[in-house]
Design a protein around this ligand. Sequence first.
Ligand SMILES: [Zn+2]
Ligand SMILES: [Zn+2]
Length: 267
Amino acid sequence: MATCNSVASAATEDNCPICFDTLATKRILILHPCMHRFHHTCIMFWFESRPTFEKSEFTCCLCRTVLKRPCDEKGELVMLTYPMEEKGDKIDVDRIRNTISLVKLWTVISGSLDKLKDDKKNAQIGNKVDEFIADIDEETVKLQERQKSTEIVFVRKTLSVSSKVRKLFAERRLRQRIIASAFEVVRTRGQKRALEQKRVDAEEAFEKEMEGVAVTARKEFRQLCAAALAAAAARNATAAGQARQRSRAVAKRSAQTNNEQQPKRSR
Ligand SMILES: [Zn+2]
Ligand SMILES: [Zn+2]
């Protein structure tokens, strides 16, 4: 902690240690336990540039303290979402380990997007600078892309292990061989044209079947995500209900105490 404090005093308290701009221009993230403060976007960029995205490897880039949790200004835990948006036409799938559940990732992103919506509303009410709101908008777009990628990766993974897809590819190879050898024996232009048409039709049918498998996988992913979201909402409702019960019990207790005390006071 001593090192943390000395580094903190070296940096200006109200500036982001990464971009040196004033902290007030964007959302703030506070790292625990070192309590160093950064722009949310700046420190996220640091986290996501780590070679592996493992929780145990999250460190403060200022003091290298291993982090327990990153919080926003209100002390609410900020969820880290796996950086997996498409780069060009390719998703950086190699960085995603199988242990990461894509459905869980989707729901985490969904929660973060809800929070961003609230952040934007509060920023508008609080008359924050344009830069502050633009930063929220950028983050929203980034997370939306990331959320879309979870589905793409799920479909890709499903297709890669699907026995139906394997069968479709095997049938296609066989068909191509048969058509190729038929081409060697046909003589007339009409016969060749008919064969060519057969090849095109078969290829179209193959693409359609493949798309069907992908559609089913997408549907499955959406159902899993909807179920996970509903389960999370139910958990939250239970927690909120318990909190309400607790506060009612506290209110009742304090009312009782007041009633017991009042007669004494009135005397
Ligand atoms: Zn910054
Ligand atoms: Zn630190």
